[in-house]
Design a protein around this ligand. Structure first.
Ligand code: GLU
Length: 195
């Protein structure tokens, strides 16, 4: 088990994401990361080990962005490492995904994607999702996530951001919980209610 959290609203997202991940620590993890979308660019920080390592690595004053996602990972495919920590990107670094769960048919999907020219930077099952969404994305992120998930077998809760859709986070789930939250100035998505 592990955790995902996403935020889009009016407040700086990085402190909210890290706080959310802390509230999901009870689920266990081996690494953690966040990404925020700031003026059309992703800024990502990932660390192996304790959330304190991630917290120390983040310069919160340099991350005013008001949307982003975060992840605590419990490795299922690919060992615990910074390269395998989420969020993961597509080839162009324009799609960012955090994922809980297992993609059962990822070997076959990954081989097909490599044949079509995609470059993988991690050993995770999750990274295939970023590349599948990259192939489907033509400006409608929700449609691209739907298309991608149509060829995937397994269990997942995920949150997807795209530099091309700067005020949108798409969540999806199958056999894993995903909670949506709303408050006066923001929207949340998370693996569990405490976050
Ligand atoms: N299967 C994914 C991985 O190994 C996600 C694991 C998790 O749920 O943390 O990166």
């Amino acid at each position: 088990m592990c955790g995902i959290v996403g935020y889009i609203g009016e407040q700086a997202s990085a402190p909210i994401l890290v706080q959310g991940l802390k509230r999901l620590e009870y689920r266990g993890y081996d690494s953690a990361g966040i990404v925020v979308l700031d003026n059309g660019d992703f800024l990502r920080v990932r660390r192996q080990g304790n959330l304190a390592n991630l917290h120390e690595a983040i310069d919160f004053s340099a991350l005013p962005a008001t949307m982003g996602s975060g992840h605590t990972r419990w490795a299922t495919h690919g060992g615990p490492s910074e390269a395998n920590a989420h969020p993961h990107y597509d080839c162009a670094g324009k799609i960012a995904i955090v994922h809980n769960g297992i993609i059962e048919n990822f070997h076959h999907l990954r081989a097909d994607l490599i044949e079509r020219g995609h470059e993988f930077l991690s050993e995770t099952d999750t990274e295939v999702l970023a590349h599948l969404i990259e192939e489907s994305y033509t400006g409608d992120l929700q449609a691209a996530v739907r298309d991608a998930m149509a060829v995937v077998d397994g269990s997942y809760a995920l949150a997807v951001l795209s530099t091309g859709s700067p005020r949108e986070i798409i969540g999806a789930r199958c056999n894993s919980p995903l909670i949506l939250g709303i408050d006066a100035d923001g929207f949340f998505v998370a693996s569990d209610i405490p976050a």
